[in-house]
Design a binder for this molecule. Structure first.
Ligand code: SF4
Ligand code: SF4
Length: 179
């Protein structure tokens, strides 16, 4: 069984990226509560791998939470530029401090700026003045019923990894008792 899904893509052209980090600020501001009340790259779901000396600027978006580091690392050399290990990986993993909300330690997964009313394009794309990020939407046939874990599930898993499941369950029970 297949069904039609809307596939949203942000294309990245690292050769155009100038490392201005406007995308980081825009993402964090859009997701601040209340919206646009603060701008802090540490809370962004897009981060720019930055190496000015070697002319390397590579924006990566957070994709999926993974509680453990992978056993092997990828390193790429493209057009003479040696990118740092994991530079192209969008996983939210313990090998770096990207994509964790600094206070709660919850993973910050890119949601393509879902909102109502829907945006014409995600805010990171909208603020990128050099078209290092471009947005595409298309329809595709995909296998039916293949939903990934939702944000709540991912967040609870991360909290359980950080503090232990018993503490998380105790906290939930306490909160529920206050209501
Ligand atoms: S806004 Fe565009 S040019 Fe600036 S860092 Fe982000 S991707 Fe690079
Ligand atoms: S699409 Fe939206 S949520 Fe995802 S990285 Fe860009 S600004 Fe952040």
């Amino acid at each position: 069984m297949t069904e039609k899904r809307i596939i949203k893509t942000i294309k990245v052209d690292p050769d155009k990226c100038i490392g201005c980090r406007a995308c980081e600020l825009a993402c964090s501001a859009f997701h601040a509560k209340p919206r646009y009340s603060s701008a802090n790259p540490a809370r962004s779901r897009i981060r720019v791998v930055f190496d000015e000396l070697n002319d390397i600027y590579f924006p990566i978006r957070s994709v999926a939470y993974t509680p453990a580091e992978c056993a092997g690392r990828h390193a790429y050399v493209l057009q003479g530029k040696e990118y740092p290990e994991c530079a192209f990986c969008g996983n939210i993993c313990p090998s770096r401090d990207y994509f964790y909300e600094p206070d709660s330690k919850l993973p910050l997964k890119c949601d393509m700026c879902e909102s109502t009313p829907e945006l014409e394009e995600p805010v990171c794309v909208a603020v990128c003045r050099v078209d290092a990020l471009t947005y595409e939407v298309r329809e595709e046939e995909v296998a039916a019923g293949e939903e990934g874990p939702d944000e709540l599930e991912i967040g609870l898993e991360a909290l359980a990894d950080e503090y232990g499941l018993d503490k998380v369950l105790d906290a939930v029970a306490r909160i529920a008792g206050k209501e």
